[in-house]
Design a protein around this ligand. Structure first.
Ligand code: FAD
Length: 385
């Protein structure tokens, strides 16, 4: 087993580090306080190729393997999880799903726009009444009388990139089958009449993110807006989320690494009782706990990338990585805050934001409990759903 990065992977990680240092780090506190990342970051992410990683060059992508994608995602997560989420959703959940399931004309239309950052995607699965039980969603798409269009009614909750997005990968019920049967996927431009959006304010973390509620009232889309076969929407959503979990895990590694960097730096500078606090063993314990979490989370995440790149089954490994890395990011940020003492509690220092941002990672793209049920199902063959 060789865990060394190759030349290309090392170069892309450095590119991401430089990008974060130049375009993100100087603005993080302001964006968090303003509850608004500067939207120009999307074009910049597109220009540097980060919105096209793993997508074929034929469709405007920048190619690369999934480890390179994880390396970039980790660096973005280290810089600002609100920005990392832009990439994880627009590329990871939307563009990659179009690449996997789309017809040639859907790929030709959407992928070059999404990879360039000229268009942004969002993923509309969760509804006010259905989160973990996503298969019970109530949004309905009904074919009109001549069969040339679908008319969609319903609402979507907590949609990352929601207010900024140009297209929503929307999941709606087209059949009367029970539960997840009868769910189909659609690509709905967000300027379609009848689609309204409201930014959700007051979030604990990810404050710079344009998380939104979407309401669809008689939204009419042509029949060819459907992505993949009719009735396959839930499988499409689950396949997107399996890879999405790898991306969330990588972002969490970034949070934990940022927590480690901050804790080590502060512990070396801050003096109490006449010595740097780094010299106290109980502070070293906090730091070493973070370091172990970083390594373990990163290795679990890289394993998923390796499985994906080798075309192996990866969904359970992705759930394990997401479960561990998200819980590890919360622990790491919390431990780092302890190292900072009272200064960790104010937002001039980075660790409070890391903890606030980390907290959602155990909730979205399947809560920690749902990841355990997925892992348990794989081990026992018995489904709890
Ligand atoms: P619920 O499903 O109501 O769960 C509440 C609690 O019950 C949790 O602890 C859960 O683990 C537990 N629980 C539920 N069922 C079980 C069970 N069977 N066994 C054990 N415990 C269970 N969704 C999208 O579609 N697109 C997005 O872009 C998106 N972005 C998001 C961004 C943010 C900031 C947030 C907060 C959420 C986002 N979500 C998005 C939604 C997210 O995926 C859901 O919040 C998540 O799936 C949980 O659903 P819920 O909030 O309805 O909680």
């Amino acid at each position: 087993m060789n865990l060394d990065l190759d030349e290309e992977q090392t170069a892309v990680r450095q590119l991401a580090r430089d990008f974060v240092g130049r375009e993100i780090a100087p603005h993080v506190i302001d964006w968090d306080r303003a509850e608004n990342v500067d939207r120009s970051i999307v074009k910049k992410l597109g220009a540097v190729g980060f919105l096209g990683l793993t997508i074929d060059e034929e469709y405007g992508g920048s190619g690369g393997d999934h480890l390179a994608y994880c390396l970039v995602t980790e660096e973005l997560g280290r810089g600002d999880s609100s920005v990392r989420g832009i990439v994880s959703v627009s590329l990871g959940l939307v563009a990659k799903t179009i690449a996997a399931w789309g017809r040639a004309e859907q790929k030709r239309y959407w992928l070059p726009r999404l990879t360039a950052g000229e268009a942004l995607g969002c993923f509309g699965l969760t509804e006010p009444g259905t989160g973990s039980d996503a298969g019970s969603l109530a949004t309905r798409a009904v074919r009109d009388a001549d069969g040339g269009a679908y008319v969609i009614n319903g609402s979507k909750m907590f949609i990352t990139n929601g207010t900024w997005a140009d297209v929503v990968l929307l999941f709606a019920r087209t059949g009367d089958g029970p539960g997840h049967r009868g769910v189909s996927a659609f690509l709905v431009p967000t300027d379609t009449p009848g689609l309204t959006r409201r930014t959700i304010h007051g979030k604990l973390g990810l404050r710079g993110q344009a998380t939104a509620e979407l309401v669809l009232e008689d939204v009419r889309v042509p029949a060819d807006a459907m992505l993949g076969p009719e009735g396959k929407g839930f499988s499409i959503a689950m396949s997107a989320l399996a890879k999405g979990r790898m991306s969330v895990a990588a972002g969490c590694v970034g949070i934990a690494q940022a927590a480690l960097d901050a804790a080590v730096g502060y512990a070396g500078e801050r003096e109490q009782f006449g010595k740097p606090i780094a010299s106290y063993q109980l502070v070293q314990e906090l730091i070493s706990d973070i370091a172990v979490d970083v390594d373990a989370a990163r290795l679990l995440t890289w394993r998923v990338a390796d499985l994906v790149d080798r075309g192996e089954e990866f969904a359970t490994a992705a759930s394990k990585a997401k479960l561990f890395a998200s819980e590890a990011a919360v622990r790491a940020a919390n431990n780092a805050l302890q190292v900072f003492g009272g200064y960790g509690y104010i937002d001039e220092y980075p660790v409070g934001k890391l903890l606030r941002d980390a907290r959602v990672m155990t909730l979205y793209e399947g809560t920690s409990q749902i990841q355990k049920l997925i892992i348990g199902r794989a081990l026992t063959g018995v489904s709890a759903f």
